[in-house]
Design a protein around this ligand. Sequence first.
Ligand code: ZN
Length: 186
Amino acid sequence: MSKPDLARAELAAGDFLRALGMSLDSEHLAATPQRMARAWAELLAPREFDLTTFPNDEGYDEMVIVREIPVRSICEHHLLPFTGRATIGYLPGERIVGLSKLARVAEHFACRPQTQERLTKQIAQWLQDHLSPQGVGVVIEAEHSCMTLRGAHATGASTRTSTLLGQLREDPESRAEFLSLADRRA
Ligand code: ZN
């Protein structure tokens, strides 16, 4: 994605809304194209992030898992939001990362036109590349408004995706441990 051109987006948003039959004459709607342009720019632009990782000096080798991480993203097929929760875990190897940073990784990859499948894989791959862990697991459960508010009108339907790498994929015990921790509701 290149840098957003807000002025152009605002003009296009006005055209788009008029093409859909909306009149923007009322005072309430006059600035809607401008607000729309800003809102979409915010939803689609990844925030810069600097994720410091640390050497795993203590040799911690039990699973680190953060659950119930809020996720909101935009489906690239309809440009409608999907929202849900992620569970992100890893089995430390060479490096570790601050716990809150796992949520930042999810946010970083969510702020762009996405598919839930790709988002899940990108988060897992980032951890794999930056931490050289023994294993990584990411589960996302989300509701897609393109499916619940329109189209199939499948209100309440949720989609679950997962990516498991390394030991969490290959070792049945680690895999089961991660998936049962991911399943447990707070
Ligand atoms: Zn969609």
